[in-house]
Ligand binder design. Structure first.
Ligand code: BGP
Length: 472
């Protein structure tokens, strides 16, 4: 029976804007996330282009990783992490995005973080752009709508590649690049204002094309700078099942899987737009503007490995009357067989095995699950313990299914749980929605000592890694 490979990359995943804080220190420019107010499950975060004096901006302090990374990395090392997924804050390196020269202090910060990881033999996995761009690029250029962004992104990527050539081997060009297909992705991923009338699906798809070109160029350039680099894509995989065996439901599920999930991976792995995209674009008034060299660029910039986030699954039905459920990026129809988290994300470990097989059959390149986890409210007991058995259950069930998928023949390189340490939620801006093995004393009103404490899951995950997935 096949087990997890010896060199399996166990670890955790984060994003700069959700944990670093220090939003305006050492020359960092404001980023898209610095403009987000706090929110909750029921109240959406607001984007305020001009900061309001008495408003709380959760990303400004994050969990203060910027000043506490040594303590945090030591805790990851104690759990036995083999890999740590982090992102680099673009506006720490190029404060305005269109600067000619990088900010040395920003570069030095990541040198220090990478050196600290090296001390414990933790392999970094770096996301170049994780839901964040310098705010100036939004104001001055309208974000990725503008083709100029390709040049700025590639200057930024080149700066990172050259500087960290000997410190980083694994890179991801864009986090959840397919979020451009949903309305919220307009601001979060593409840096364009959240106005459905102005930034229609057609506009977002054009902006996404610019990201594809930027990504492909970055892959090619990375391989030239260091042939040992492994550069991957990252997709938010929203597993979908037909609600019934009505062929209309089955067909719609296939269609949604193609458009929401597969399109981006198809372009980034294979190097060209899939056949089904043409009809979709024709029917949705998308007239893609491509420069003469774009096809060649896409072809020459295929990724080395495929990574994705996996949290839940939803049903699809041709009948819109069915009961809806929540989700990461996109909601869907409620599945009567599944339970959901407090945020309405349906828990479906078997769906992860299905997804791994689905992806591997299609691409035949190494896969990595780079986000998976349970957002939950944790209770800090009077004796200082945090008994998050629900989180352990969630993770255990997903790891079991990864093991099955490996036995099915899937080439799975690694697994990084989302938010190994509590951090600011990307969707809602809450601290209350916790994912970590490490509790951070920070609350939605901004209060808290920022002290770190180990949850029960901390000891559990340590054992999982120690036994290479045997002891679950
Ligand atoms: C993904 C993002 C992450 C992360 C995660 C959990 O979409 O890549 O940045 O935050 O979802 O989502 P949330 O924080 O909304 O619970």
């Amino acid at each position: 029976m096949k087990e997890f490979p010896i060199n399996f990359l166990w670890g955790g995943a984060t994003a700069a804007n959700q944990l670093e804080g220090a939003w305006n220190e050492d020359g960092k420019g404001p980023s898209t996330n610095d403009m987000y107010t706090g929110g909750s499950h029921t109240i959406a975060r607001r984007i305020t282009p001009i900061l309001e004096p008495d408003t709380f901006y959760p990303n400004h302090e994050g969990i203060d990783f910027y000043h506490r990374y040594k303590e945090d990395i030591a805790l990851f090392a104690e759990m036995g992490f083999k890999v740590f997924r982090l992102s680099i804050a673009w506006s720490r390196i190029f404060p305005n995005g269109d600067d000619e020269q990088p900010n040395e202090k920003g570069l030095q910060f990541y040198d220090d973080v990478l050196d600290e990881l090296k001390k414990y033999n933790i392999e970094p996995l770096v996301t170049i752009s994780h839901y964040e761009l310098p705010f100036n690029l939004v104001q001055k250029y309208d974000g990725w709508k503008n083709r100029k962004l390709i040049e700025f992104y590639n200057r930024y990527a080149q700066t990172l590649y050259i500087r960290y050539k000997d410190k980083v081997k694994y890179w991801l060009t864009f986090n959840e690049i397919n979020s451009a297909m949903v309305t919220l992705g307009a601001y979060a991923s593409l840096g364009m204002i959240l106005d459905e009338k102005e930034n229609t699906e057609a506009v977002r798809i054009q902006a996404l094309h610019h990201q594809f070109v930027a990504s492909a160029k970055a892959v090619k350039m990375g391989h030239q700078i260091n042939p040992d680099f492994k550069i991957g894509c990252m997709i938010a995989y929203l597993d979908m099942q037909p609600l019934t065996c009505d062929p209309a439901d089955v067909l719609l599920t296939q269609h949604m899987d193609q458009i929401q999930n597969m399109l981006c991976g198809d372009v980034q792995v294979r190097g060209f737009y899939p056949a089904y995209a043409k009809r979709y674009y024709d029917e949705h008034n998308v007239e893609l503007v491509m420069e003469a060299e774009d096809e060649q660029i896409l072809k020459e910039g295929c990724v080395d490995f495929y990574t994705f986030s996996y949290y839940m699954s939803n049903c699809v039905s041709a009948n819109p009357q069915n009961e809806q459920t929540g989700g990461n990026l996109l909601g869907g129809i409620k599945n009567p067989y599944l339970k959901a988290t407090d945020w309405g994300w349906q828990i479906d470990p078997i769906g992860l095995r299905w997804t791994l097989n689905h992806l591997y059959d299609r691409y035949h390149i190494p896969l990595m699950v780079v986000e998976n986890g349970l957002g939950a409210v944790d209770t800090f007991e009077p004796d200082g313990s945090i008994n998050d058995d629900y989180r352990i259950d969630y993770l255990r069930q997903h790891i079991e299914q990864m093991k099955e998928a490996i036995q099915d023949g899937v080439d799975l390189m690694g697994y990084t749980t989302w938010g190994p340490i509590d951090l600011v939620s990307a969707g809602t801006g809450e601290m209350k929605k916790r994912y970590g093995f490490i509790y951070v004393d920070k609350h939605d009103d901004g209060s808290g000592t920022l002290d770190r404490s180990k949850k029960k899951s901390f000891y559990w995950y340590k054992k999982v890694i120690e036994s290479n997935g045997k002891e679950l």
